[in-house]
Ligand binder design. Sequence first.
Ligand SMILES: [Zn+2]
Length: 255
Amino acid sequence: MSMHMPLALLPAAAFGLLIGSFLNVVAHRLPARQSLSMPASHCPSCETPIKPYDNIPVLSWLLLRGRCRSCSEPIAVRYPLVEAGTALLFAAVVAVHHADTAALVMGLVLVAFLVPIALIDLDHRIIPNRLTLPAAIVGIGLGIALDPGGQVGRLIAGAAAGGLLALPALLRPTKMGLGDAKLVAVMGLYLGSAVVPALFIAFVLGTVVGIGIIMRVGMSQGRKTAVPFGPFLALGAVIAVLVGNEIMSAYLGTF
Ligand SMILES: [Zn+2]
């Protein structure tokens, strides 16, 4: 990282705040099949349209102390957290990949899809095709445009990883949906071979959290507690965007 890098991260973070603000809208409206653009943002409690100066990411929430200006009902802390988290991730992707346009653009776009996918899976236990399908199309398009030489590898990674996760879903269709498999295919289309550490991280984190839940509530109750896997996959993918190549070369260097 060069001396000027921290300064260059400010516009990346500001851009991330704006995108994060939009991703909140996507996570909120897309599952309800509402338009993403109309109407403009309004208070979920009193429906009052939110003034532009009250709609500044993170800052407005802090200035209004997490309450609507009209009705004083609390506004969930998740909104500024998603905005700040997206800003942080965008800055991190720029810090890591500023010298590699393909990795930079594809990393930012993948993060922008992963945030609403993880939130919607947490809220509704579903990974909508309306996100994974455009994510796949955009990923293939960007790959061909920015890094044609790596495209075959990414297609193979997407098909192999997605196919691997689709297998149990197809064998036992009632237990697990295909949404996770489609998400993993998308991850492969963006990450290439780095989808391997992404999957590994997701399975380890998912298992640790699963064991944690069983230890807290007991085996019989814990097995019934359905924890969506999408957020773990998204977390694994984000880590792979940032350090996936390092993990792969460290691992391959070991043997
Ligand atoms: Zn209100």
